[in-house]
Design a protein around this ligand. Structure first.
Ligand SMILES: *Cc1c(COP(=O)(O)O)cnc(C)c1O
Length: 394
């Protein structure tokens, strides 16, 4: 008998297709920017996390090119053997100063930073208190640590405290982890109250500020700066792949913790260092952010305008507090159709459904950026209005 070893894949793919959950991966034919070539068409882009428009910025590109000449294309080693170049240390010093923390560690990605930072801090004898809507990379990092994971209700410090009171005493240590900005709804974690609860019970605190880095706080210094919690929150995870426009992650905070992670984190010990071009481009991004707050201001001006206009048109844009604008549609099929019609009208905004968001909460997610002009936003709004009326959403 011939075993059909791949039957399970066909069955699952069929079921994804039937539930409108099969992901259609589009191909970009141009750099990330306000206007992009997507599947061969020039469209207005609302999908990238390019908050400050740095992904195609001349200063970052020039820095990357110069770094290739000076440092080569790859470090060809992990950081702990021969992969730590002067450039990496310079970026880490600059990031720590920018974020006003004692120390920072540059990782390959934000995803990787969570895998790196969580397991050294907690293990099988410990407990993690995790927001119900935390990002997949936090969940996976938490699972890797093999600590017990207790989920508290979304952005609910009172529930976090109830769970801490109920469980902490049965474990050696506790670690509370939350997203800073929740990427699907755009809401901000109440980090001031969460750290207060954690401090009261001697629980370590970690925030993943991937969507707050370059967006929240004074000049884009992130959620810890937004709430003035310097030195209070123990570890901040960040990404250089979103507002910074490049790629990479960062683990920032108390020196004792970052030093410990340097000794223990498996993605740091067993996966090669980030390339010189990426590192130098990140350095140029820090330069730009330290020189001027103009890009951050423009991002917020655009976000406020777009969001207010969408509400005026009658769309349900959830409860975002950031430049992320979820356009709530509910049904996954409707969200997909809405996205297809927008694309026909020259606007690129993807539908997001399960498992990225819960069943029945499908939406189109609009990412505002500093790269968009007011004209771009008006064109986008017109397309949303037309498609919204056609599909009976508004
Ligand atoms: C995007 C994101 C990440 C992953 O960052 P990368 O640098 O793209 O790997 C991690 N955590 C959160 C909360 C994110 O939104």
């Amino acid at each position: 008998m011939i075993h059909d070893k791949l039957a399970f894949i066909r069955a699952d793919m069929d079921s994804l297709r039937e539930s409108n959950l099969l992901i259609n991966i589009r191909t970009m034919g141009s750099p990330a920017d306000a206007w992009m070539e997507v599947d061969g068409r020039r469209v207005l882009n609302f999908c990238t996390n390019n908050y400050l428009g740095l992904a195609n910025h001349p200063r970052l590109k020039a820095a990357a090119k110069a770094a290739v000449d000076r440092w080569g294309v790859g470090p060809a080693a992990v950081r702990t053997i021969a992969g730590t170049q002067g450039l990496h240390l310079e970026l880490e010093r600059r990031l720590a100063a920018f974020k006003k923390v004692e120390d920072a560690l540059y990782m390959q990605s934000g995803f990787c930073a969570n895998q790196a930072a969580i397991p050294p801090l907690v293990g099988t004898e410990d407990v993690i208190f995790s927001d119900r809507l935390n990002h997949a990379s936090i969940i996976d990092g938490a699972r890797l640590s093999r600590a017990r994971i207790i989920v508290y209700e979304h952005c609910d410090p009172a529930d976090a405290e109830t769970k801490i009171r109920e469980h902490l005493s049965q474990y050696r240590r506790g670690l509370l982890i939350t997203d800073g900005v929740f990427s699907m709804d755009g809401d901000i974690a109440p980090l001031d109250r969460l750290t207060e609860v954690a401090e009261r019970h001697g629980v370590l605190t970690m925030v993943d500020d991937a969507h707050g880095e370059g967006v929240l706080g004074h000049g884009g210094r992130g959620i810890v700066d937004h709430f003035g919690l310097h030195g209070v929150c123990d570890v901040e995870i960040g990404t250089l792949s979103k507002a910074f426009g490049v790629v990479g992650g960062v683990i920032a905070g108390k020196k004792a913790i970052v030093d410990y992670i340097r000794q223990k984190a498996r993605p740091f010990l067993f996966s090669s260092a980030v390339t010189p071009a990426d590192t130098a481009a990140c350095l140029a991004a820090v330069d730009l952010l330290e020189e001027s707050e103009a890009l951050v201001d423009r991002l917020w001006d655009n976000a406020r305008y777009f969001s207010a206009e969408m509400k005026r048109l009658g769309f349900d844009t959830g409860h975002s507090q950031t430049p992320i604008v979820p356009v709530m549609l509910g049904d996954a099929g409707l969200a997909k159709q809405f996205s297809r019609e927008l694309f026909e009208a020259g606007v690129f905004a993807v539908a997001i459904g399960f498992p990225t968001v819960p069943h029945g909460l499908a939406r189109i997610r609009v990412m505002n950026t500093a790269a968009h002009s007011r004209d771009d936003l008006d064109q986008g709004l017109t397309a949303f209005e037309q498609v919204g009326r056609k599909l009976g959403v508004i």
